[in-house]
Design a protein around this ligand. Structure first.
Ligand code: 2AM
Ligand code: CA
Length: 279
């Protein structure tokens, strides 16, 4: 067996934050391609991914690489794997809303070992190593102490590329709104998860997220004292290329309240897949 190189968080942060230059390259930002009717990708996405894939390969040659803008069919999820969204919040980038992030997780056998979310517009780095707490620019962060949903601001996402269940999604938003302080639309799942970890939001709900959208955020929220789950209340899977509904909350009480809104009948995960839809 080959010896595994120890992953150093300061080194990873240095590597990730060096991607900042691509976000401020206006030519790359304007070079937009369409993956679907409202599914954007820009040259920023491609350049950030290419830079990180190559730099991480050189630094940690034994770690596999999963990235949103590549084919990931050959990943062996029992081994160590980087899970990267080079630009989370690409629609925000295209519309110059300055709310996008690099999201990088390190997983082994489905277990999150490390997460880094970098907001290049504010130079904020959210980070966590399993068992070591969560940090924002080196200072410890913690989820809100709001006791329940009624005392929480909740961030939600629309899943604009997957509109098959929009009515259901907005029914959930309505009920969450009725039972919480208020709701906000994020537009970057990674930054929304980071905002749960730092105590701004009490909870997050978004359907149809891919592992690269939440891999880093899951580690950071859990290290900040929060909890995450999928549609069924099971742990979020980072062992496949499949989408999940993502629930995140500051505590179990809020998570259960959210779960009882989005899945009151405790339906199994495959209920929507049978409808050729997604959770
Ligand atoms: P993206 O910008 O990397 O595509 C917007 O509500 C949030 O949902 C963003 O985090 C966005 O990630 C994510 N999102 C949008 N379309 C998606 C898709 N087709 N699959 C997975 N996540 C998506
Ligand atoms: Ca992306």
């Amino acid at each position: 067996m080959t010896e595994q190189r120890e992953v150093s968080l300061p080194r990873i942060i240095e590597i990730v934050t060096a991607a900042r230059r691509y976000f401020f390259d206006e030519q790359m930002q304007r070079d937009v391609h369409m993956k679907g009717p409202v599914d954007f990708v820009t040259e920023v996405d491609f350049h950030v991914q290419a830079y990180l894939q190559e730099t991480l390969r050189r630094a940690y040659p034994d770690v596999q690489f999963m990235g949103e803008e590549k084919d990931n069919d050959d990943i062996d999820f029992s081994g160590r794997v980087w899970i990267l969204d080079p630009v989370d919040g690409t629609a925000n980038l295209v519309h110059d809303l300055r709310a996008s992030a690099v999201s990088l997780g390190l997983y082994e056998n489905g277990e999150g070992l490390l997460g880094v979310i970098y907001n290049p517009y504010t130079d904020e780095v959210f980070s966590a190593v399993r068992g070591g707490g969560a940090f924002l620019n080196g200072k410890p962060i913690h989820v809100t102490d709001a006791p329940d949903l009624a005392h929480s601001m909740v961030v939600v996402g629309t899943s604009s590329n997957h509109r098959q269940r929009t009515a259901w999604t907005f029914d959930c938003f309505r009920e969450i709104f009725d039972k919480s302080e208020d709701i906000r639309l994020g537009g970057s799942a990674a930054l929304s998860l980071a905002d749960v970890a730092r105590g701004r939001y009490g909870a997050l709900f978004q359907r149809y997220l891919m592992p690269w959208d939440y891999a880093a955020g899951k580690v950071i929220i859990e290290e900040a004292g929060g909890v995450t789950a999928d549609f069924c209340g099971d742990p979020l899977s980072c062992r496949s290329n499949r989408p999940s509904t993502v629930l995140a909350a500051a505590n179990e009480t809020i998570l259960r309240e959210m779960q009882s809104i989005v899945n009151p009948d405790h339906k199994p995960a495959d209920i929507f897949i049978r409808e050729e839809d997604c959770l």
